[in-house]
Design a protein around this ligand. Structure first.
Ligand SMILES: [Zn+2]
Length: 377
């Protein structure tokens, strides 16, 4: 009777019912998460609690099958405490059950997976993990490790912001894929002799899946709105303009910034130098690759920054050269291009990628998840 009533009402009055029946104490953990704490009573089952919270049977079976040893969850001990976290979409977030002193069963919902761990020791055994060890090339070695090509695409897209695939990959380097049966694995880890980069997937409020480091910052860099402190814009992005030196009409798919000779020019985002040399009409030019899809071009420089060379890693805002008038140029200015997948975009209008941050209300859960994953390795 008590179950039937709950089932009927729990959709909209869940909180109120739980409290009214004395079955659970609801604790608001954050705006995004509420923890329901149950003291196990005679006849209570996990299935009862789940139905009170409005979870479907699939959630129950996912939670039960996540644990290698789910006996503890199948017969609850009277008087013990069981907490269930519910996210703002009313979905299962976590379970923490104190079986007896020093013995806990914890289950985390990690987006696509349920991670169970016992006695606070993590257990990711139920999650498929694959490792690509670099021996000849990423794609070849990935195939050998039986990794889905879609995941290899994700690896390249995501790690291109941090790893120069053309130069940095060495024999013996490893990509560890956690949750490799999913197109967007829950974690991707790059291990080399000198670096260790761990990235974790997170789905934001709009449903975008992106990869974030353990502090909650997305892997992609944001872009500066301009690569220098300029006086004025002398030529915008346009389909056709009269070129003063070449004396012909041609497209100008770039922005020209007028500035004094010697004005420092900054890389507009994190990236790797693709090219830095004298190149015909562009004069002294720097090409910088940002991630897999973006390239920026800085032309007519008077000189390059010290130590600038191909494949060098640069940070957003790092000086890469100085304004000049080399190549086909009538006076000191910076010719700046931004290309996305090879196509020139208007730097003044192009919606350049923003660095994303984990929503603050999800951050604690995200960090806990990241820690669980790292601890399990
Ligand atoms: Zn130009």
């Amino acid at each position: 009777m008590y179950r039937a009533t709950l089932k009927k009402l729990n959709k909209s009055y869940r909180f109120w019912i739980s409290v009214a029946l004395g079955a659970a104490i609801a604790i608001s953990v954050s705006a995004a998460e509420t923890e329901y704490r149950f003291i196990v009573k005679k006849g209570d089952t996990l299935s009862l609690y789940f139905s009170m919270l409005g979870f479907n049977n699939k959630t129950l079976s996912n939670v039960l099958s996540s644990s290698n040893n789910n006996k503890d969850l199948n017969s609850l001990v009277i008087g013990q405490t069981l907490s269930i976290g519910v996210d703002k979409n009313k979905q299962f977030e976590f379970l923490s059950y104190n079986v007896k002193q020093d013995r806990w069963v914890n289950v985390d919902n990690s987006g696509n997976y349920f991670i169970a761990n016992k006695n606070k020791k993590n257990n990711l055994k139920s999650i498929e993990t694959k490792t690509i060890t670099i021996n000849s090339s990423l794609s070849y070695d990935a195939k050998k490790a039986n990794v889905d090509p879609l995941i290899v695409d994700t690896i390249v897209r995501v790690f291109s912001w941090k790893v120069n695939f053309k130069r940095d990959l060495m024999k013996g380097d490893k990509f560890i894929i956690i949750g490799s049966n999913n197109k967007n694995p829950m974690a991707l880890i790059f291990k080399s002799k000198s670096t260790n980069i761990a990235l974790f997937s997170y789905k934001d409020r709009y449903g975008n899946v992106d990869y974030y480091d353990s502090s909650g910052l997305s892997v992609r860099s944001s872009f500066l709105s301009a690569p220098l402190n300029y006086k004025r814009i002398s030529s915008k992005f346009q389909k056709s303009r009269y070129h003063p030196i070449l004396k012909e009409w041609r497209p100008h798919r770039a922005v020209d910034y007028t500035a004094k000779k010697g004005t420092p020019v900054y890389s507009t985002a994190d990236g790797f130098i693709k090219l830095a040399r004298r190149n015909g009409g562009l004069g002294n030019v720097v090409y910088i690759k940002h991630g897999n899809d973006h390239l920026t071009v800085y032309a007519h420089l008077s000189k390059f920054a010290k130590g600038l060379k191909t494949n060098k890693k640069v940070k957003k805002g790092e000086v890469i050269g100085y304004v000049g008038s080399t190549g086909n140029s009538t006076g000191p200015h910076l010719h700046y291009e931004i290309r996305y997948k090879g196509e020139r975009k208007d730097p003044l209008k192009y919606n350049i990628p923003e660095q994303r941050k984990i929503n603050p209300i999800d951050l604690a859960v995200f960090k806990k998840r990241a820690k669980n994953i790292l601890n399990s390795l």
